[in-house]
Every structure is written in structure tokens, then in C-alpha cells.
Design a protein. Structure first.
Lengths: 410, 106
């Protein structure tokens, strides 16, 4: 089994993963991006890209993603094809294996697996997938030249994809659950769609069934106001009803919400130390290329800081030959500030036998938390990488001195 | 991999006993493009077990629809002029294709 070590391993090469790769590699971290397909994520299957700032008309999703890829590679990030099999986030080195048996060991991991189109579970939907039922307009539009298709959904993505389809099809009928004239799509997209002569509309309606013998022939539509059912002939059914996160491989490894979205804080930190989440797979308000890229940048910077903190603690505390007294202090705790001179005196009197490291508990909550230290001042003694004694407040100079001598004495 | 089209599909795929694998793809289909190296690797490995063909649907739309292929990517296996197995969309993964070849290959 091939084993590969790196500073940052990024899972997923959509806009979030690629932005993270750019930031991480530019920060001189060795960076590997794993993706099971062509880099670019869902944006790859989106033709119209007009809301990424600085790139208005004339830039397609695939083109923008090609630029993201080139930009990430420019600073040394490596993009590797691979499908994740297992993850293990417990250790200092995070271990990720692929289906093909490669093993990656990384000091920090950024998961950016993204999302995939949601299916509806309609009768006929699964059987007729690839037979006229599609979730990807750019993939399949060509089949429907001069034919009639139905589009399910009425958000921005649904309406934009339907408009793309009208370049090929004879007609695209939008099945909309709302009253006439009301769409979830934003006004600019809605107005454009209403002017498109190839777009047709079925209001107050839902699709109940997709019918066809081997290929799609019709859909059964129900009017939710009148409960009337009609069969509408169609050669294709395009479904754009939101997405689901591709996070199955993370179950049990990081905290998620009920729908499988990964819970991360403002720094993109997940519940696992050194593991970050960016992009559509995260619990968030707006899932767009720009917010995915922003997540990626934040995750990479947070991961960089994490790696340096871990490295610092290892060098200054865990790898030392002599015992180390770590004074956890806080600028908000006056007693911890007042006690520091006493701590320093104790260390000076034992110079050569005991090292002193001062850590701001507030800035290094993760390191403090790992050793169960919640309050400042706390003096923790380490010998050969292990926590051996802890002196919590309240204490005094002579009590601390006797513990220090006990630790030195082994 | 042999490029098949509306002119030679009958002779190369339907008229032979098989098995024949046909990769329905197009340059506009990103998942198909991503799959190309995987399928080519499988062609190297199983070339003696099954005949590998690819069909660009952009130039052969009617033929594809006639084969009841209206979505990409689609990988199908033919025997004696009949389609005996097929994988489409998300199911068309490298692992699934390999399993299908093992089941239907010589």
C-alpha cells in the first residue's frame, strides 16, 4: 500500500477544495487534493455562471473551474484522482485511504465533498434515469433537440438550467407548485424566463409519476388546487430540486445535522481536531461558488494556524528532554497575570532542569482543552511528552515549587 | 477503443456475438470525460474478455435514442445484438463497470 504524507489533505476539488488548495499551498504547506472525478465539482455541470464577481457574461462553469485548478496548481498544490474509502481523524496524523488502496497521512484535513442533486423518489424516476430522466442539463441536453421536456423545480438553478435547455429543446415546461407568476427563483432570472418563448408553465402543480416503456413518454401532473390529474407527453424530465451532501464517508467521524450536513464553526472547524469542512457539504445559509471559495480560504488559513500551533507545542513541550512547566494564563484573568512572576522565579531557580512555556489559554483553547485545562492560571508539568502533574488555582509559590521539584526528581 | 457510429454500429456491435461494451459519451458531458481514463484502463485490463467501443452521442443522437440511451454517462454491454447490461449516471462508476465486465465478459 502506497503511503503518502502531506501537511494538508483536501477531499474534493470543487470551488471550496480548490480555493483551500490555493491558500494552503501559497502558505507553503504541502497540499494534496483528492477528487474522484474531474476537478470542478457541481460547477462543472453548470453552463451559466453570471454571479461570480468579476466574471460576468461569457464565463461558463467549466471554464471558471479550469481557472481555479490552474490557480491552485500554480502554488504547488497537487490534484490527485481518488475516491475516499476510509477516514481516521483521531490521531495527530489524520489517515485517509482510497478505494484503490493508497493511504494519505496529513497533519490537517479539509473536507469539501460538496453535494449532489436530490432525487424525488417518484414512481418511474429511478427506472427511467438515463432514459429521459436527468439531473444534468449540460450532460443530456443534446438528446432532446427539437423535443419536449418537463423541468421539475422553480429555484434559481431549475430556471437557469431550463433556460439552457431551451437552446436545444422544442419546449421546456416548468412544473411549479406555486400560484401563477410566483417562483422561488430571484427576480432577474424569473423575468428573463417569462420572456423566453420556449418556456411553458404548469402552475399549482406537482409531478406524481414518470411514465414510459424503456424511455420517458409522459408525466402525470396533479393540480394541487383542483386535485385534477393530467398526463403530459414529454421526452425528457429534468429534476432540479436542491441537493444532498456527499458526506456518508464522514458519518461517525465528525458531527453532522439530521440531513447529513457537516457542522462547522466560523473557522470551519468540525468536531474533530484538525479537520475542517468547506463548501456545500457544510451547514450554511447560502450555497454558491463564492461562498464555497470563501469557506475554502478560511479553512486553509485555520488549518495552517492549527498545524503551526501543534508543531510549536510539540517542539517546545512534548519533544523536550527536560521536564517542562506549561503556565496556562489568560489576559482576562488578573490572578493569572499576578502569579506569572512567581512562576518565572521557580523556573529560573531550576534553569537547566526545568523549562518554562507560557500559553495564552484563550488563544490556544484546543491545546488547553486536550489536557482538560479550562481555567487560568493552571500550571501543567510535562515529562517526555506526557502530562504528569497539574497545579490549579488557588495555589502559592511554595506549593508550586515543591511540585516542580517532585517532577524534576522523577 | 474502437470508435463506433451510425455507419458501423450494426456491424461492430449488433451483428457480432459479443460481448461488446459500448461507452456512450460526449465532449459536453463532464462526468463522461472524467470516466474516460477509467474505461481506457479497463480496456487495457479486460481487452481480451470483451470488445471495447465508444460512441459519441453528439454525432449519433438518433442511434443513441434508438438504443434507449437518453442520458450520460451510459455504459452498456451487448451480446448477440441485444443489450444485456447497462450502467448509467451515478451507477457508472469504475468499480461497477468492472463488476459488470466480470459478469458478462468471456
Amino acid at each position: 500500500m502506497a503511503v503518502r504524507e502531506c501537511d494538508v489533505l483536501i477531499i474534493g476539488a470543487g470551488p471550496a477544495g480548490l480555493a483551500a488548495a490555493l491558500y494552503a499551498s501559497r502558505a507553503k504547506l504541502s497540499t494534496v487534493v483528492l477528487d474522484k472525478g474531474t476537478p470542478g465539482g457541481q460547477v462543472r455541470t453548470t453552463w451559466s455562471m453570471e454571479n461570480y464577481p468579476g466574471f460576468a457574461r461569457g464565463m461558463t462553469g467549466p471554464e471558471l473551474m479550469d481557472r481555479f485548478v490552474d490557480h491552485a496548481k500554480e502554488f504547488g498544490a497537487e490534484i490527485v484522482r481518488g475516491d475516499v474509502a476510509t477516514v481516521s481523524f483521531g490521531g495527530e496524523l489524520k489517515i485517509v485511504t482510497t478505494q484503490k488502496g493508497e493511504e494519505y497521512r496529513a497533519r490537517a484535513v479539509i473536507v469539501a465533498p460538496g453535494a449532489e442533486p436530490r432525487t424525488l423518489g417518484l414512481p418511474g424516476e429511478r427506472e427511467l434515469r438515463g432514459k429521459g430522466v436527468s439531473y444534468c442539463a449540460t450532460c443530456d441536453a443534446d438528446f432532446f433537440e427539437e423535443l419536449d421536456v418537463v423541468v421539475i423545480g422553480n429555484g434559481d438553478a431549475a430556471v437557469e438550467e431550463a433556460m439552457y435547455l431551451t437552446k436545444f429543446v422544442n419546449s421546456a415546461t416548468m412544473i411549479v407548485v406555486h400560484d401563477e407568476g410566483i417562483l422561488d427563483a430571484t427576480a432577474i432570472i424569473r423575468d428573463r424566463a417569462f420572456k423566453n418563448p420556449k418556456m411553458k408553465w404548469a402552475w399549482n402543480s406537482v409531478v406524481e409519476e414518470i411514465r414510459g416503456d424503456g424511455i420517458v413518454e409522459s408525466v402525470v401532473i396533479k393540480n394541487i388546487k383542483t386535485n385534477e390529474r393530467t398526463e403530459l407527453e414529454a421526452n425528457g424530465v429534468f429534476v432540479f430540486v436542491g441537493t444532498v451532501p456527499k458526506t456518508d464517508f464522514l458519518k461517525g467521524h465528525v458531527d453532522m445535522d439530521k440531513r447529513g450536513y457537516v457542522i462547522a464553526n466560523e473557522l470551519m472547524e468540525t468536531s474533530a481536531d484538525g479537520v475542517y469542512c468547506a463548501g456545500d457539504a457544510r451547514v450554511k445559509y447560502l450555497r454558491q461558488v463564492i461562498t464555497a471559495a470563501a469557506d475554502g480560504a478560511i479553512a486553509a488559513v485555520a488549518a495552517e494556524k492549527y498545524i503551526h500551533e501543534e508543531e510549536g507545542f510539540r517542539e517546545m513541550v512534548l519533544d523536550r528532554e527536560n521536564p517542562v512547566m506549561v503556565a496556562f494564563w489568560s489576559p482576562t484573568s488578573q490572578v493569572s497575570l499576578d502569579f506569572l512572576p512567581a512562576v518565572e522565579r521557580i523556573a529560573e531557580q531550576r534553569a537547566g532542569k526545568l523549562n518554562l512555556v507560557k500559553i495564552d489559554i484563550y488563544k490556544n483553547q484546543r491545546v488547553a482543552g486536550r489536557y482538560g485545562i479550562t481555567e487560568a492560571p493552571t500550571m501543567a508539568f510535562f515529562r517526555k511528552g506526557q502530562l504528569v502533574e497539574k497545579v490549579c488555582w488557588p495555589t502559592n509559590e511554595s506549593e508550586l515549587a515543591s511540585v516542580a521539584d517532585k517532577v524534576i526528581g522523577g | 477503443m474502437l470508435e463506433v457510429n451510425k455507419e458501423n454500429f450494426e456491424a461492430e456491435v449488433l451483428a457480432v456475438p459479443g460481448p461488446v461494451l459500448v461507452d456512450f459519451w460526449s465532449t459536453k458531458c463532464e462526468p463522461c470525460v472524467a470516466l474516460v481514463p477509467e474505461v481506457e484502463a479497463l480496456a487495457e485490463k479486460y481487452g481480451d474478455k470483451i470488445k471495447f467501443c465508444k460512441l459519441n452521442v453528439l454525432e449519433n443522437r438518433r442511434l443513441s435514442i434508438g438504443q434507449k440511451v437518453l442520458g450520460l454517462p451510459t455504459i452498456a454491454i451487448y451480446k448477440g445484438g441485444e443489450k444485456v447490461a447497462e450502467l448509467t449516471k451515478d451507477d457508472a462508476t469504475c468499480a461497477n463497470i468492472e463488476a459488470m465486465i466480470k459478469e458478462h465478459g468471456r
